[in-house]
Write a protein that binds this ligand. Sequence first.
Ligand code: TYD
Length: 135
Amino acid sequence: MKKYELLEFPQLGDKRGHLVVAEGNKDIPFDIKRIFYIYGSDKDVVRGQHANKLSEFVLINLCGSCDIFIDDGENQETIILDKPHQGIYLDKLVWKNMFNFSKDSILLVLSNEYYNGKEYIRDYEEFKKITREKK
Ligand code: TYD
């Protein structure tokens, strides 16, 4: 089973403009404890490059576009994030690289955990070893 999923959020816009809603424990499959956002990254920058032991994430590209490479230990996929009403859910122990940022990209990230650098796995080989052992 895939440990990631594309999410489609309700669009409640009208003639005044767009409005997208994402509620914790409903559209977002966890209690939201942390948000952060990434912008101003050059096209050739690769961000992320880690997996997490505890944190789950939903990534939403609010403006512009970026690509995300995902490896959940079994499946590898690159997904283009370019719609503000779509998000990608990443479970624990999912490797992600974010790259190919457009100049205007604003990537919003929601998480179920506060930041704790100790739960980050930043070595791809270590990640592969952990996911192999979990099988
Ligand atoms: P980093 O994890 O390298 O960002 P990305 O995954 O987007 O490439 O984080 C950059 C710095 O910011 C690093 O020193 C850790 C810090 N940081 C926090 O303090 N809190 C957070 O929630 C995040 C995501 C990062």
